[in-house]
Design a protein around this ligand. Structure first.
Ligand SMILES: CCC1=C(C)/C(=C/C2=NC(=C\c3[nH]c(/C=C4\NC(=O)[C@H](C)[C@H]4CC)c(C)c3CCC(=O)O)/C(CCC(=O)O)=C2C)NC1=O
Length: 165
């Protein structure tokens, strides 16, 4: 597990360097947004169930075939699995936004996920749409549209969409 600080220390230590101007700027930005990131994480946490439910409803409005016979989220079990996955994405996004680093997403969420999805026929495109819908709901709820808030959602979307991982 890594956060913005340990990642930076690791990078500079690997080459035996003191922090330079860039490193100090990065650290300043990390600590400068600290209170805002914690507040966002706690707001998201308090509203997680609603966010997931609302994003799921919206996704199934936009891509109704998912919950029709033959759709991957058709049947109660698969519908529930889909919402559970959305809940995973939201929870891990709050970890990543507090850490200021996406490492936790690679390590705990994304590793092997494409392969699992492909073998189960879970469609990647609509999953990414679901993550983006949740991101928009989070921006609205928190009342902030900043990279530190949206990065984890965009990172997961990007990594899932990559065809060659
Ligand atoms: C914490 C990290 C973590 C993740 C991310 C995770 C995902 C994950 N989602 C799964 C299934 C699934 N995921 C979905 C999701 C969807 N289907 C759709 O049509 C939608 C596009 C989408 C919801 C947005 C569905 C429907 C299943 C069940 C598929 C099946 O069993 O046929 C499975 C297979 C095993 C299971 O059903 O539990 C895994 C491992 N598990 C983890 O431990």
């Amino acid at each position: 597990m890594q956060d913005a600080v340990t990642t930076l220390i690791g990078m500079y230590d690997a080459t035996g360097r003191y922090f330079d101007r860039n490193a100090i700027d990065e650290l300043k930005s990390y600590f400068g947004t600290g209170t805002a990131r914690l507040k966002a994480a706690s707001t998201i946490t308090a509203n997680a169930a609603g966010l997931v439910r609302q994003a799921g409803t919206r996704l199934f409005e936009v891509v109704p075939d998912l919950i029709r016979p033959g759709g991957n989220a058709y049947t109660t079990r698969r519908y529930a699995a889909c919402l559970r996955d959305m809940d995973y994405y939201l929870r891990y996004a709050t970890y990543a936004l507090v850490a200021g680093d996406n490492y936790v997403l690679d390590e705990r969420v994304l590793q092997g996920l494409r392969e699992t999805y492909n073998s189960l026929g879970v469609p990647i495109g609509p999953t990414v749409q679901g993550i983006q819908i949740m991101k928009d709901a989070v921006i609205e709820l928190v009342g902030v549209n900043a990279a530190w808030l949206t990065d984890p959602f965009d990172y997961m979307s990007r990594q899932l969409s990559e065809t060659n991982i």
